[in-house]
Every structure is written in structure tokens, then in C-alpha cells.
Design a protein around this ligand. Structure first.
Ligand SMILES: [Fe+2]
Ligand SMILES: [Fe+2]
Length: 187
């Protein structure tokens, strides 16, 4: 059991949110009505679950453990992952900025939403692919079983402190509901 197994599971949840964002961007592009409550819920999920909690586990615990094991930060895979987390935050801020315009059905708001949502979905999909296939295998090869166990304990602490008990389940319920509404029923 690797600590990275938890992070891989979280990637699957984040990928559902990314696929829904793509669908919402298609709808906005085709001038269809978009459900603003759903967009706000996705932004909340991305800020809280994906960024504060998941990226927090990576930045505060996994990446430092990898650096200690000799994987370079600057100019190496960790530096690239960190830069992509920063870029992701800018796209989330762009989506937040677009909400007012979307609410007023202003074409600029729509355009800004489409650009930020698509930018985020593309960035994070490629980011998750790199972590799953390059960075996490490094952690699985270079860190001991005891280090993985220590990381898992730290991940639980971050999760309790950042999102608290019950909220994780609420986010899963949200993802199931969005999956049903935007993905399963509209293949
Ligand atoms: Fe990451
Ligand atoms: Fe990740």
C-alpha cells in the first residue's frame, strides 16, 4: 500500500470534475443555458478538494519527501508540478471572475469562462497524467514502506484540517450527481 494510492484515487474524482467542466464549456460555446449553481459547486470542489487538500498533500508532504530522496525540484519534475499548480490557481481565478458576466449572460463572461475552464481542464488532465505515470512511480520506487506510511498519516491530518469530516463524502456525492447529469446521461 503506497501513500500515492490515495492521491491516484483523488485524481479519479478530479478527472470527473474536469470532464464536467469540458461539457459546460461546450454548452457555453454553443450558447446553451449553463447551470451557474453547478459551476459554483465545481469551483468550490476545485478550490477546496483539488487545491487546498490534494495539492496541499503533494506540496507540503510528498514533494519534500521526494526532494529528500534526491529527486530535484528546480529544473526537475517537482518544479514542473509546482508551476502547474500555480497556473491552475490562475485558471480557477479566471473562472471566478467570469461568474458575474455569466450571470448577466454577457458574451465576454461566457468567453472568459470557456477560456479558463478549458485551460484548467487541459492543464490538470496533462498534470494528472504526468503525476500518475512519472512522479508517483518515482515515489513508489524511491520511498520506503515506513515513509509511505508516514506520508499517509500526514495526508489524513491535512484532510481533517482542510476539509473536515463529512465534507469528503459530500464532495463525492456532488461528483456522482454531476457525473449522472452531464456525463452518463449525455454520452
Ligand atoms: Fe499535482
Ligand atoms: Fe495530483
Amino acid at each position: 500500500m503506497y501513500a500515492t494510492d490515495d492521491l491516484r484515487d483523488e485524481h479519479e474524482g478530479i478527472k470527473v470534475a474536469l470532464a464536467v467542466l469540458e461539457r459546460l464549456s461546450d454548452d457555453a460555446e454553443e450558447d446553451k443555458a449553463v447551470d451557474l449553481d453547478d459551476i459554483e459547486h465545481i469551483i468550490d470542489f476545485l478550490r477546496t478538494f483539488a487545491d487546498k487538500c490534494h495539492h496541499g498533500k503533494e506540496e507540503e508532504l510528498l514533494f519534500p519527501a521526494l526532494e529528500e530522496a534526491g529527486i530535484p525540484n528546480q529544473g526537475g519534475p517537482i518544479g514542473v508540478m509546482l508551476a502547474e499548480h500555480v497556473q491552475g490557481r490562475k485558471f480557477i481565478a479566471g473562472m471566478v471572475d467570469s461568474l458575474q458576466g455569466l450571470r448577466a449572460d454577457d458574451p465576454d463572461g461566457r468567453g472568459k469562462f470557456i477560456e479558463s475552464a478549458r485551460g484548467y481542464a487541459e492543464l490538470l488532465s496533462a498534470h494528472i497524467f504526468k503525476e500518475n505515470n512519472v512522479l508517483f512511480p518515482m515515489a513508489e520506487a524511491h520511498l520506503s514502506a515506513a515513509q509511505h506510511e508516514k506520508l499517509s498519516e500526514g495526508f489524513d491530518e491535512i484532510e481533517n484540517e482542510r476539509i473536515g469530516p463529512g465534507v469528503h463524502e459530500a464532495f463525492h456525492a456532488l461528483l456522482d450527481q454531476l457525473d449522472e447529469k452531464y456525463l452518463k446521461s449525455r454520452v
